[in-house]
Design a protein around this ligand. Structure first.
Ligand SMILES: [Cu+2]
Length: 143
């Protein structure tokens, strides 16, 4: 049983390079016709160097950006982030209402349970490739 669980997890969540690990990667499934969506995951830095995310790429959308929700004049709005720093030994959570990968302009409709690939660019010029599972918002609860 445990082995099956581990296998399923590694299929659904993501991978990594070196000492950076991505887990619980999901892309929100929205109603047909909604052009933009978002990706969420947790990223853990097991290395002894800080990791700096500076951008994202996904071939199934026109454009991907790192976003955060911020308060501007008492209004919650989203802003693109030029850097997200993950200190050695720390984790950063991308989750609804906070950091997310904004996915603009879906090239074709997503389906529930589909796997999609997103890569995160680091300041060092590396790509962290994530396999994310397409899921309905209600199917995935976050802290
Ligand atoms: Cu956004």
């Amino acid at each position: 049983m445990l082995r099956l669980f581990v296998l399923l997890c590694s299929l659904v969540t993501g991978v990594l390079y070196a000492d950076v690990k991505v887990t619980d990667a999901t892309v929100r499934l929205l109603p047909p016709g909604v052009p933009n969506t978002a990706a969420y995951f947790s990223i853990q830095n097991h290395s002894d160097k800080r990791q700096v995310l500076i951008g994202a790429f996904a071939d199934f959308v026109a454009k991907a950006e790192i976003h955060n929700h911020v308060m501007v004049n008492d209004m919650m709005s989203m802003q693109q982030q030029s850097e997200v720093v993950i200190q050695p030994g720390e984790s950063v959570h991308f989750s609804p209402g906070g950091l997310h990968i904004m996915l603009f302009g879906l090239k074709k409709p997503l389906t529930e349970g589909q796997s999609v690939t997103i890569s995160l660019q680091t300041k060092e010029g590396k790509s962290i490739v994530i396999t994310a599972n397409v899921a309905r918002p209600s199917a995935h609860s976050h802290h």
